[in-house]
Ligand binder design. Structure first.
Ligand SMILES: Nc1ncnc2c1ncn2[C@@H]1O[C@H](COP(=O)(O)OP(=O)(O)OP(=O)(O)O)[C@@H](O)[C@H]1O
Length: 275
């Protein structure tokens, strides 16, 4: 379980990025974090893993107060937080398997990791994870030989190899096409269910967030202005989060995407019928 209590962040430059943010995420819940550019989504995620130092408030992961940890303790605590990134953050010249094993670096001693000598149990687990994300046959390929969707699957397997207690996911689909985006979101959600993992997904795409999250939090100027199930994310709530002008523009984009998708589907059906 993740508990955030009165979190605030004011950057040195004077920007107030977060104000009094509080919520809890139970095990297995997938939370979609939405809001306009500059609302504080990245700052919130970074305060949780302490890449950014919060100005006020506390972050608890199970019984551990992350905000109170010193450097060494923080390093150990970060093992429990799996990160998935927009640009995958893979080591391109290493194999898929080596990238997945790199998630174990926080656990394996320096020399073993330097020589890339991982324990047999870690290797067996990495194969299981590759199988789960559908990449078993690609284990020995270099990461730079994969498609975007496949790379993100490697990113997911690497995060899971840490055996995390929490997943922080930053724009996982921003570099992917709509169909691959849905596959990746579905995979993340299924995995969170299987493992009882709480997750926060910072996501620009409101439609995807609604489709796949158990719960949505909407940030506006550093404050939580919506917290509820996707079914309650009304036009009014979206206008509150994004402002009337931006939300109208976003909705138009989403409608165009949906229309393009329907057209693609109809084309495919026509082709199938002709065969
Ligand atoms: N390192 C920093 N120093 C000073 N101000 C910052 C820093 N990082 C972010 N900010 C400010 O904090 C506010 C929140 O930014 P943040 O990046 O968290 O928003 P965001 O919702 O993730 O935006 P986006 O969707 O564009 O990534 C903004 O006003 C931003 O200018």
């Amino acid at each position: 379980m993740l508990k955030i209590d009165g979190l605030g962040k004011t950057y040195k430059a004077g920007d107030k990025a977060l104000s009094d943010v509080s919520f809890e995420i139970p095990k297995g819940q997938v939370l979609g974090l939405i809001g306009p550019s500059g609302a504080g989504k990245s700052t919130l995620i970074r305060c949780i893993n302490r890449l950014v130092q919060p100005t006020t408030g506390k972050v608890w992961l199970n019984d551990l107060n992350i905000t109170g940890l010193r450097t060494g303790e923080l390093r150990r605590a970060r093992r429990q937080i799996g990160m998935i990134f927009q640009e995958y953050a893979l080591v391109e010249r290493l194999t898929v398997m080596e990238n997945v094993l790199s998630g174990r670096l926080g656990y394996v001693g320096f020399w073993r990791s330097f020589l890339r000598k991982f324990p047999a149990a870690d290797i067996a687990n990495a194969y299981r994870l590759l199988d789960r994300v559908g990449l078993m046959q690609h284990a020995d390929k270099r990461a730079d030989a994969l498609s975007g969707g496949q790379r993100q699957r490697v990113g997911i397997a690497r995060a899971l190899s840490q055996n995390p207690e929490l997943l922080l996911v930053d724009e996982p689909t921003a570099s992917l096409d709509p169909k691959t985006s849905r596959q990746i979101m579905r995979l993340i959600v299924e995995i969170c269910r299987e493992r009882g993992l709480p997750a926060i997904i910072n996501i620009h795409d409101v439609v995807l967030a609604q489709q796949f999250s158990d719960r949505i939090i909407g940030l506006q100027a550093g404050r939580v202005v919506f917290d509820g199930p996707p079914s309650e994310l009304s036009e009014d709530a979206l206008t509150l989060i994004y402002g009337a002008e931006d939300w109208t523009a976003m909705r138009k984009g989403a409608d165009e995407d949906a229309a393009a998708e329907a057209e693609e589907r109809a084309e495919a059906q026509k082709m199938m019928g002709a065969l």
